[in-house]
Design a protein around this ligand. Structure first.
Ligand SMILES: *[C@@H]1O[C@H](CO)[C@@H](O)[C@H](O)[C@H]1NC(C)=O
Ligand SMILES: *[C@@H]1O[C@H](CO)[C@@H](O)[C@H](O)[C@H]1NC(C)=O
Ligand SMILES: *[C@@H]1O[C@H](CO)[C@@H](O)[C@H](O)[C@H]1NC(C)=O
Length: 325
């Protein structure tokens, strides 16, 4: 079975890299991450703002780049909380409280019913998101964690809108590994298109280095999720009369509709394990397009969905202030 091949392959990658210190560090428990601070050793005194070593060395960034690096903190909070809660049954308040900066705990986070393989994958994704938040918050001032809604009913609403129906029983992202993969399909890909969209606006070498590094790992997460869904693309999402492929197509179409961009998203169907344009270059989205999607409202000034009170940072606050005028 292809699933076990992918599993073996991932295991081989893990084993081969176990003596490489960054991955070994990534495999520490979240509690260890917190206690040890998860610092890579610096590559030595830096004479310019360009980090030339193989590891990212945070240097505070100033100017317009700050807005472009603060915006994704919204998405990294969402990803960190979603993966942490689902894998461990708790979130940043316990795993890395110093990253919360006084923001309220998410609504509706819970441990997901995952098979042992997917549990290992999601644990690793959770560590990655904690690392991403740490890197961003050492580079730009950031803001407190926004209110997030991770409740099953919020995911169920998105799925109902995507399928243009009311599923019975309501879709529960936390009920099974397949449901969880479909829910995860909604998350890192949006961040990925945001990093592609941010890159052309950046000036500072540190900001470019960070965005490229974050984009690389977010793309890896998206690829793992899509490969696992691809393997099951013809299966029904029990007990509903829709296949995995149909689910992903409808979710991608919904994002295209909400974002008002034309195509920047593609379901998991034959020949489309990964999404890309006619050159197989990743699609880009602007902050406004991303907000329309994660608010589930199609309107960057109208919060809701995963962010009941809206996102933070200058771009998101700008759109929210438009609504109040
Ligand atoms: C480089 O970083 C230093 C301090 O970290 C800062 O004062 C300086 O403005 C930065 N230079 C650029 C080009 O961003
Ligand atoms: C959604 O379903 C309703 C009736 O069930 C139908 O009238 C409508 O055209 C559908 N919308 C889309 C976009 O398919
Ligand atoms: C977007 O939402 C804001 C705030 O709710 C509202 O004032 C505005 O009219 C909406 N725009 C569109 C195009 O619906």
């Amino acid at each position: 079975m292809a699933m076990s091949k992918l599993y073996l392959c991932l295991q081989a990658v893990l084993l081969l890299s176990l003596d490489a210190s960054p991955l070994a560090q990534a495999l520490l428990t979240v509690r260890d991450l917190h206690h040890h601070g998860y610092h890579h050793s610096p590559t030595g005194p830096s004479t310019s703002n360009l980090s030339t070593g193989p590891s990212y060395t945070p240097v505070p960034v100033k100017g317009k780049d700050v807005d472009w690096l603060e915006f994704p903190i919204n998405l990294e909070y969402l990803e960190a909380e979603f993966f942490l809660w689902s894998a461990f049954g708790y979130g940043l308040d316990k795993a890395a409280p110093e990253l919360v900066s006084g923001g309220p705990p998410p609504i509706g986070g819970q441990k997901a019913n995952l098979d042992p393989f997917l549990l290992e994958v999601i644990k690793e994704f959770a560590y990655q998101e904690v690392g991403h938040l740490r890197a961003l918050k050492k580079t730009v001032p950031g803001f407190p964690r926004p209110q997030l809604d991770l409740s099953a009913s919020n995911f169920a609403k998105v799925v109902n809108v995507a399928l243009n129906t009311t599923l019975s029983p309501p879709f529960n992202p936390y009920a099974s590994s397949l449901n969880y993969l479909l829910a995860s399909y909604l998350i890192p890909y949006v961040g990925l298109t945001g990093y592609v969209g941010a890159n052309p606006h950046l000036r500072n070498p540190t900001a470019k280095r960070l965005v490229a590094g974050l984009l690389g790992v977010e793309s890896g997460q998206d690829a793992v999720i899509r490969a696992l869904l691809f393997e099951q693309k013809g299966d029904l999402v029990v007990p509903y009369p829709y296949t995995v492929s149909e689910f992903t197509l409808r979710l991608s179409n919904l994002r295209n509709t909400l974002g008002h961009t034309g195509i920047a998203d593609e379901g998991v169907i034959p020949r489309y394990i990964l999404a890309g344009d006619r050159y197989f270059v990743a699609y880009a989205r602007t902050p406004a397009q991303i907000l329309r999607i994660v608010y589930s409202s199609g309107n960057e000034s109208s919060p809701g969905g995963f962010y009941p009170h809206g996102a933070d940072g200058r771009f998101a606050r700008h759109y929210l202030s438009k609504a109040r005028n």
